[in-house]
Design a protein around this ligand. Structure first.
Ligand SMILES: Nc1ncnc2c1ncn2[C@@H]1O[C@H](COP(=O)(O)OP(=O)(O)O)[C@@H](O)[C@H]1O
Ligand SMILES: [Mg+2]
Length: 332
């Protein structure tokens, strides 16, 4: 490790269904940071992550992970224990944001509107028509803890509902059935507690599914979102409120639907938003005057430890001899 030069580990890959997206995010981030003169190593995440982290001797972790184990607080917890500062939200906020049910419960507590819903699990799948009762159609069915629209389907009748629930339950033990909200899809980016802006997404067909997200030309984007100034401001404030309700830090992207009428609904908060060439956060940042390198630099600058004992960890770090592996000091 060079004197005064931090070694940055870009954590990528991982064990979730969003592994491919993570690899693309990681490649883009690592190239941008290296291009800016940083010492960067790619750290491929699997179950041996603790060992890999010790061997790579990184000083800070740039998380380019998405989904389970990477975005849900698990990796964050390991990094807290190892004393390696990391980008994005802490353990609790990461876990809350990944869990769409817990996030919705908190949104309701904070008067942040979210689509009406119920939860279905595999044991009740056979009775889904009864459970559904008078909930109505259309609905959108999604796994409780997933991302990238994986396992998300729209259903317009009971047959489609049964199929959609079965599909969502391939990815999680529970699924959310939500009222389908017709309106403009807007994503709001928050960076270091400041709103960067809101982009409008127009998928060429259907909703913003996996293909519309990652295949070039499958969606149109408008920045800023095509809303009147007062409404736009309101949507940005709602995005910021959702970020705060879950206690997030670093960069987040809040997904919302804005109806023709007066209503706005928060769908979810992403604590490690995609940074692939088609991703929304870089598009929003660009609209706000930050290029991809600036964005990576700003996210890196927000890397930290969050746990209550972080003062202790910082003191230990200050007392460390140059070149010491921060992980070694904390070994028991
Ligand atoms: N209640 C809803 N009404 C209409 N469309 C929805 C609703 N929930 C999700 N969608 C569509 O599905 C996409 C993915 O849903 P989202 O809740 O953001 O989960 P993911 O974590 O997979 O991105 C959204 O971007 C939107 O296009
Ligand atoms: Mg989303």
């Amino acid at each position: 490790m060079g004197k005064g030069r931090r070694r940055i580990g870009v954590l990528m890959g991982g064990m979730s269904a969003e592994r491919d997206v993570s690899l693309r995010t990681g490649d883009a981030v690592a190239a941008a940071l290296a291009g800016r003169g940083h010492e960067v190593v790619k750290v491929f995440v699997d179950r041996d992550l603790d060992r890999i982290l010790r061997q790579s001797a990184i000083d800070v972790a740039f998380l380019a992970l998405h989904g389970r184990y990477g975005e849900d607080g698990c990796v964050q917890g390991l990094l807290e224990i190892m004393g390696i500062p990391y980008t994005g939200s802490g353990v609790l906020a990461s876990a809350l944001a990944m869990d769409k049910l817990k996030a919705k419960e908190l949104f309701r507590l904070h008067n942040i509107s979210t689509a009406p819903y119920y939860v279905i699990d595999a044991r009740r799948l056979a009775d889904i028509e009864d459970v559904h009762g008078s909930f109505g159609f259309p609905v959108i069915v999604k796994p409780r803890r997933e991302g990238s629209s994986i396992g998300v389907t729209r259903a317009d009748d009971p047959q489609e509902l049964a199929r959609a629930a079965e599909a969502a339950l391939q990815f999680d033990s529970e699924a959310l059935v939500e009222r389908f909200i017709t309106g403009k899809e807007v994503a709001v980016a928050v960076l270091d507690g400041r709103v960067l802006g809101g982009i409008e997404i127009v998928p060429k067909k259907g909703f913003y599914d996996y293909q519309s997200k990652y295949q070039k030309g499958m969606s149109e984007y408008h920045f800023p979102a095509r809303l009147g100034p007062t409404r736009y401001r309101g949507v940005l404030n709602l995005g910021e409120a959702a970020h705060r309700a879950l206690g997030c830090s670093g960069a987040t992207r809040v997904d919302l639907i804005v109806t023709e009428g007066e209503n706005e609904y928060v769908l979810e908060v992403n604590t490690l938003p995609g940074m692939t060439p088609t991703s929304l956060l870089p598009k929003i940042a660009a609209g706000a005057g930050m290029d991809f390198g600036d964005l990576c630099e700003a996210i890196l600058g927000s890397a930290r430890l969050h746990a209550a004992n972080r003062v202790e960890a910082e003191l230990e770090e200050e007392g460390a001899t140059a070149g010491a592996d921060p992980a070694e000091k904390l070994a028991v």
